[in-house]
Design a binder for this molecule. Sequence first.
Ligand code: G6P
Length: 590
Amino acid sequence: MCGIFGYVGSRNNAGQLVVKGLKNLEYRGYDSWGVACKVGDAVLVEKDIGKISAVNESEFAHDCGMAISHTRWATHGGVTAMNAHPHLNEAGTIAVVHNGIIENFQSLRNELKEKGYTFKSETDTEVIPYIIEEEMKTTPDFASAVRKACAKFDGRYGILAFHTESNTLVATRTGSPLIVGVGEDGYFIASDIPAFMEHTKTVQYLDDGEMLVTDGKSILFTDLETGEEHPKREIEITWSVEEAQKGEYAHFMLKEIMEQKDSIARAVNQDDDQIKVIADAIKNAQGTFLVGSGTAHKACMAAEYFFSVIAKHHVNVTSGGEFKVHHHFLKPESLMIVVSQSGETADTLEAMKVAKSKGAKVLAIVNAEGSTIDREADYTLLINAGPERAVASTKALTGQMAVLMMIAHAMNDKLHEGKTLLLNTVSSINDMLNPRYIDFLEEVAQEIQHHEDLYIIGKSWNYPIALESAIKIQEVSYIHAEGFAASELKHGPIALIEEGTPCIALLGNDEVTPDIISNTIELKARGAQTIAIAPENNEAFDTWIKVPDVGVAQAIVNVIPIQVLAYFLAVKRGKDPDMPRNLAKSVTVK
Ligand code: G6P
């Protein structure tokens, strides 16, 4: 939530540079944007509502070696230019951008008001430059004043700030990610790597409870509280600039859907011995907890079926934000598996912290290497899907499910069979995603685009896929879509079915298939327009979207046509599938 990007160094076009890089962070928030450039001893601020992608970099051609910028996902205060970051102190000498929440901002604001400060915005962020200004009255050194100010803030945040009389950029972190790009001619500090990837692939991570100070020539990492110096490693990232760009596709979402032809194979390409060690750890753990949020939570739900059917092993599945109340069940002998694309989701991270505080081991299945979850887990399996930029998660989900399915096979001493099945599934997906198939899905979207309600049913591992399908359709097309366990239909949701209501049934070729066919017939009898995603046709289906029969991997295949359908529903309804309203890719607030 919210993207931050700043630069300090020997280049003299910092304003243009940060605006360009910020466009690559737009997936983190796109309500409004803002830039502060240090020009001479003054600060020039430009901010507005809307998307940074619409802003022309050339408007920021100031002679400037230091700038900070922000793209906002509103939490405190509506979407207005005044609430957009950067925020300044009254004298206009301190500029701040911020990601996360200052939880005690109301009391700080009241204290500041009593001291005579007036506020221009409704944000929690505006207290930051004022508190720094207060601290500078007794601690004139800017970085030291920032350190003292941070001691007053509660909550999880990442802050980037500068003072007009100092040539240093200061960043602090207690939760929201900040990564340093180490360039030959300066330092880049951003919420995520794509902001500076065209300039450098050498990175350093600012950890929770740390502060960094840089003048563009050198950088110092310290403990935020004590000031003790922290040595840092430089890490080379492997993603290419091309991977993070749209290429020939109109949208990242479609590009990322199509990439599943390769990305699932990359997820499957794990070290066998490591997978076996993990399989044994699950067998030996006193309770295994699978935790994720949003789409990653649906991967965990699907995995519950994989572990049950393939490994005959019970696991507990909880969404990140719900985990805290279950902490009683964790023991030092328990295992938590956290699943996350970004590795930064606040709710998932919190669950992981609870597990660690109980002495339980944590295995992370993540996409973003070097993310907080990756670094703080005891073991990590990277799914290697490459950068996922569209807000709607697609290729990360199938990679996560593939890894979890492989582990389930390994628990049953069938790792080799599991890998072979998954690789055959990849080749079936490759055949399936041909231009004719995509055109057909576009036609189905064309037919149902004007409906305002849509229901999806599934059973067994197709049940979490029905839930995931609903998320996909809701978030990008804004159609009211809901997913149900097919058997639950008769217990309420069937009352919603009217003549022509589109209902999508997800099927495999397995023991529950006859049940879902019966449920589809029940829907049809109430006037529903039935659309089935299934390996075989049936007279109960008004529309049949054919998928290959891949046995226990059916969930991985069945979600893909839904992703394409959701994409076309968004486009046909005139919505931007990459940046749906009110959402952000990386949810770093609770
Ligand atoms: C947001 C994204 C979803 C994602 C969820 C969890 O809501 O829009 O696509 O599934 O966060 O994110 P994570 O990075 O932890 O997988």
